[in-house]
Design a protein around this ligand. Structure first.
Ligand SMILES: [Zn+2]
Length: 158
């Protein structure tokens, strides 16, 4: 009898190729892990309803400037910028100047996208993980192939 997988087992490391398509699937939550520091940074890349571009958010930390006042964000998601796409491929990340997070958070995301788009991604410098959720619809992934591809069976078929 198969043992149900624990939540932690559903997280998976993505290849550069899968990570690139996952990022623009529509509702991706991915973590970038630096091999040098071992630190994880988690990003949500969600397509805007009214444009082909994507909102990029960071989980936890930083502060958001509202009417000139910096409001600390200890948890939840903070928008750090917009990822512009052209023909479905990310081509420019523009940071949100009203968001104050440490520069590694912004630079790390930009670096990740550049490496993926230029096909120079190497797991020796960093790893990209997902959290067991479909990067298109956000539903929990339950089978090994879906976990590897970061997309559920229905979203893969579209
Ligand atoms: Zn899905």
């Amino acid at each position: 009898m198969a043992t149900p997988l624990a939540h932690a087992d559903l997280r998976a490391r993505l290849s550069g190729e899968v990570a690139l398509s996952a990022l623009t699937a529509g509702r991706a939550v991915v973590s970038l892990r630096s091999q040098r520091t071992g630190e994880f940074r988690t990003y949500r890349v969600a397509k805007f309803e009214t444009s082909p571009h994507f909102s990029v958010e960071f989980r936890g930390g930083g502060s958001l400037e509202i009417s000139g006042v910096r409001i600390p964000r200890l948890d939840g998601w903070t928008r750090i910028g917009v990822l512009y796409v052209q023909d479905g491929i990310p081509h420019r990340f523009v940071p949100n100047l009203k968001t104050h997070v440490d520069s590694d958070t912004v630079n790390g995301f930009r670096w990740m996208v550049n490496q993926l788009v230029s096909k120079t991604w190497s797991d020796e410098k960093a790893e990209i993980w997902h959290e067991g959720q479909c990067c298109k619809c956000g539903r929990r992934l339950t089978d090994p192939e879906s976990i590897r591809l970061a997309l559920g069976p229905i979203c893969r078929g579209r």
